[in-house]
Design a protein around this ligand. Sequence first.
Ligand code: FAD
Length: 471
Amino acid sequence: MSEPLDVAILGGGNAGYACALRAAQLGLSVAMVERDKVGGTCLHRGCIPTKALLHSAELVDNIRRAGDFGVLVGEPAIDWGKVLGYQSAVVTKLYKGLQAVIKARKVSTIAGSGVLVAPDTIEVDGAQALHARAIVLASGSYARSLPSIPLDGAGFISSDHALKLEDIPASVIVIGAGAVGLEFASLYRSFGATVTIVEALPRLAPGEDEEVSTELTRQFRKRGITSITGVKVTGATTTGAGATVTYQSAQGEERSLTAERCLVAVGRGPVSDGLGYEDQGVRLERGYVVVDDWCRTGVDGVWAIGDLITQPSLGLPIPHLQLAHVAFAEGIHVAEQIAGQADPALVDYLGVPRCTYSSPEMASVGYTEAQARAAEFDVEVARYPWAASGKASILGEPAGFVKAVAEKGGRVLGVHMIGPRVTELIAEAQLIVNWEAYPAEVAALLHPHPTLSEAMGETMLHLAGKQLHGA
Ligand SMILES: Cc1cc2nc3c(=O)[nH]c(=O)nc-3n(C[C@H](O)[C@H](O)[C@H](O)COP(=O)(O)OP(=O)(O)OC[C@H]3O[C@@H](n4cnc5c(N)ncnc54)[C@H](O)[C@@H]3O)c2cc1C
């Protein structure tokens, strides 16, 4: 048997490749097994292709209202083939870049399907065995459906199918009002489709602060997007007219909706079936690998990271977030542990920024107001409306607000935003919350005028009791 590797990683998505790159940087010998393409969901079927589509959608919206700014261009025409071409060019460019970095760091990428056959061995395609001192499970997630809805790629589609459709549907039902569902609802509407969102929980964006959800529903309604919340989907059929979804209303009445397509965006399940994890003593819960806050599985030398994991021990007010930047952080953290670094920083799960790139955008970090109250903080709240911002008015986007939740006389606990470019602005809020800043400290720092970033300064001024603009 050849000398064992330092690390063998099963899966080359964000989690797996971040772990591989950091481990290699720390001088470890690393092999990464990938059955499809390195970059995983995020690069090929998630973050990047969807944001490319959303960028085209934003251009369409901006062209439609260009006349408001004195620029006369007429109704935009959409060449869907070119939209998809631009999207795939972005993905290809980034894919090549990633492959080059992986090669430059001397990570060996093994093409094939991996199975954990011993706590220190991954078998690839039943042929090659990789022995390593440390094994990292990073097999990611897949688009789930509801038991009553088989995904056929025609009437009923997942986000994977949606990225490959050859035309823009004239009408769409979106089941699920989390980030993925909302982003597709938003972009389909921009491209001219009739859009109805169906959500089981009582509001859109159920993970966000309630005021943000309310504002989103209002703005989506203004854009012509219908939202049906608090209902249970009971069945689905494909008819000549397209996809029909039946649901039970909040009052218990059976109702139905028909559209050309139905996008099912009800979350993502773990890829762990048949991969040998349980056989080797790794504990699964609903298919997710159970880990502690160091991403250890309980089996010596075996870690798990990314969308695949659940962390019941943390007892946080939020579940483990299936996000690319969480996967990156976990990959780096585990690589540093394996390399024996004295004090690898733990991933701070409460401080994870969350973004939804719909129109309007939403972004948040830390406690919502309800979570802060449930955690018995003495809560203080400040809001700054975009209507008071010079830059938002210049952009013609005065709807929405920045809301900060703080401990009375203490640190900032959470920031919640809806409106223009807030997915970029969340970076500052993330520093404020994670460095446990006091509002007066941030308020003393200058924000350039006129920029959208001033809204953060104004919200902190408000909490410090000295707001300049705004009520
Ligand atoms: C439509 C959509 C939009 C998204 N947008 C965002 C966003 O804007 N921002 C954000 O932060 N997150 C976003 N996400 C989530 C993000 O994509 C995931 O959190 C991230 O990809 C998780 O990385 P991962 O490495 O854990 O899993 P994955 O990216 O799923 O990677 C797992 C890899 O393992 C491979 N694999 C699985 N089993 C095996 C096996 N047996 N052998 C070999 N290889 C195997 C797979 O082929 C895959 O490449 C989005 C997701 C979707 C679906």
